[in-house]
Design a protein around this ligand. Sequence first.
Ligand code: GRF
Length: 194
Amino acid sequence: MLTVAVLISGAGSNLRALLEAANEPDYPARIVVVGADREADGLAHAEAFGIPWFFVPYAEYPDREAWGEALRDQLAVWQPDLIVLSGLMRLLPASVLEPWAPRIINTHPAYLPEFPGAHGVRDAIAAGTTQTGASVIVVDAGVDTGPILAQERIAVLPGDDEESLHERIKPVERRLLIDVVRRIATGDLDLSSP
Ligand code: GRF
């Protein structure tokens, strides 16, 4: 059974979908802990499913490395097989990447390498493009530059704003994420050679 830690910063709707999938008896992975870089609303989903949670408040650390070391120490308690970033709005420092890479994956609301970074949906709207997408990637030291594990195109509709487009992207992200975690758990997907 693959053990998974999920890291969030926000509402955690994608986390919720993964919690529901992992709650199914035939799903080959289970979430053992949920962490956040702040007291994120999404931690309530972990509470609802009886999953341990923690947060390491970024603002209380002098720099990214120190925050990363505290995050690493929390994750080390659970020793997850896989770390899923699902709305974590932080770049992971080397102190977290080194112990777990490449067993860290991230969902991104764009068709990478298009529109990387913290505002992928806003950037797609601003670019006036007719299509964007959702992607699941391996996390590396760059900004959304890791190997792509799954992605799917999503149309940008006339009149879309950032919120309406993002709410249409998220269900696709959730479906891709649930499938990628399943494939990793069954050995169908090897993160060392994706
Ligand atoms: C997701 O679209 C994720 O890809 C992006 O932020 C969003 C998080 O949404 N980084 P939620 O917190 O899961 O609702």
